[in-house]
Design a protein around this ligand. Structure first.
Ligand SMILES: [Zn+2]
Length: 408
């Protein structure tokens, strides 16, 4: 019997153990201070004790200071199964925190008590992100319990603060503990996917959020010649932006849905409350999602030149502020990690997985920007953040096998 078959058999025999760990973790809500919680400390402590009891230790902590939680820091735990070589470690990064359950009347069961029914585990956090977390733990345990040394270090990172933006999670860990990672390390983030395991996310669009304020001159509605109507100028600007930008920056990349950059005027702030005043200020926002192949600075330059034309024509001042700008280097569709993952998914699930890009805002960006190949993949039903969130036990078991193949 090959090592792989032995490890797969062992994983199959651990169904009960995996459900047990899910039960333990579901019972300890780890909510961010923004959601009225105390962070991940209690859940992290329980996980650490469980792992060390199973012989998967030592569990290291890379805390990130956060005065808002009782301990003053958010935990980021790391476990390592040493490989034959320590360079080019394979990491699985999951997150400890959960989102609040929301309206309890939408739940058929208590969100913090694991309920098993028809091969599914119900409870807040069971799918997001405990499914991936538990799969990764059992993949590592399989190696340890069966005395198999992986070719490279097999490392698990249980991060804090993913749901609220990773400020106290991976973003800070990369900055404050750069020695933890090495050139050639690669990451699997099991936090998004499809029910058949066929989607591998490797890239994201740049998020660019802009706020425009168009300043004219307020005056009486009967005397428009004494002012300059900011609403009219703002409307002219918004139309020029919405028409010009998609036309000028029209590259396509089929891994994204939609395959082109999007430039959407969204929020509009209230102006005057009455009908007989010419508004002196017009404020609106745009949400732009830009393909990695486009140059964001060129786009901003184009936007500003449209602004200047409106200023000249309508006698107004246009102020453009960047509210958020986040880009991520894509992971190459041809890199070794993607190839290994496609093979592993094919072997375990019998499907051809395809690479995809998303509209932006995943933790993958931090890792990719730090230079590490990163794939976001799991086999999930996408019940994350919903009432009656659940994890399919079979997926949790089989994803552990994919992780083993990736790390092995
Ligand atoms: Zn998640």
């Amino acid at each position: 019997m090959s090592d792989t078959e032995k490890l797969f058999d062992w994983i199959d025999s651990q169904r009960g153990g995996m459900i047990g760990l899910q039960k333990l973790l579901t019972g300890i809500p780890a909510l961010a201070p923004e959601s009225g919680g105390e962070g991940e400390d209690k859940k992290a402590a329980a996980l650490k004790a469980w792992l060390e009891q199973q012989g998967l230790g030592p569990v290291e902590n890379y805390p990130v200071k956060d005065e808002r939680v009782p301990s003053g820091a958010r935990p980021n735990l790391v476990v390592t199964v040493p490989g034959k070589e320590s360079s080019g470690a394979f990491w699985v990064m999951s997150h400890l925190d959960v989102v609040p359950p929301g309206d309890l009347s939408g739940w058929a069961t208590d969100p913090y008590t694991l309920t098993e029914k028809d091969g599914k585990l119900y409870g807040r956090g069971t799918e997001d992100n405990q499914q991936g977390l538990v799969s990764s733990v059992f993949a590592a345990l399989a190696l340890v319990k069966n005395g198999v040394t992986p070719p490279r270090d097999f490392r698990l990172l249980f991060a804090a603060d993913e749901e609220v933006g990773s400020t106290y999670g991976i973003e800070a860990v990369l900055r404050e503990h750069p020695g933890l990672f090495h050139t050639g390390d690669s990451f699997l983030v099991p936090d998004s996917g499809r029910p058949d395991g066929s989607m591998i996310e490797i890239a994201e669009k740049t998020i660019l959020w802009l706020r425009f304020s168009v300043e004219g001159k307020q005056c009486h509605g009967s005397m428009p010649h004494l002012g300059s109507n900011a609403f009219v100028a703002g409307s002219a600007l918004v139309l020029r932006l919405a028409e010009t930008l998609p036309e000028k920056f029209s590259r396509e990349d089929p891994i994204f849905e939609p395959p082109y950059s999007t430039f959407c005027p969204t929020r509009k702030e209230a102006n005057v409350p009455n009908v007989n005043t010419i508004p002196g200020l017009d404020v609106f926002w745009m949400d732009c999602r830009i393909l990695p192949s486009e140059n964001v600075n060129d786009i901003l330059e184009q936007i500003d030149s449209l602004g200047r034309a409106v200023e000249a024509q309508y006698k107004v001042k246009v102020k453009r502020e960047v509210f958020q700008r986040k880009s991520s280097k894509p992971t190459s569709a041809d890199c070794a990690l993607v190839g290994r993952l496609k093979n592993a998914v094919n072997r375990v699930y019998g499907v051809e997985a395809c690479v995809k890009g998303v509209g932006g805002g995943t933790v993958g960006a931090y890792l990719r920007n730090a230079g590490y190949d990163t794939v976001i993949w799991s086999t999930i039903e996408e019940t994350c953040h919903m009432p009656n969130e659940y994890c399919v036990v079979k997926n949790m078991v089989n994803d552990a096998k994919v992780m083993l193949l990736l790390g092995g």
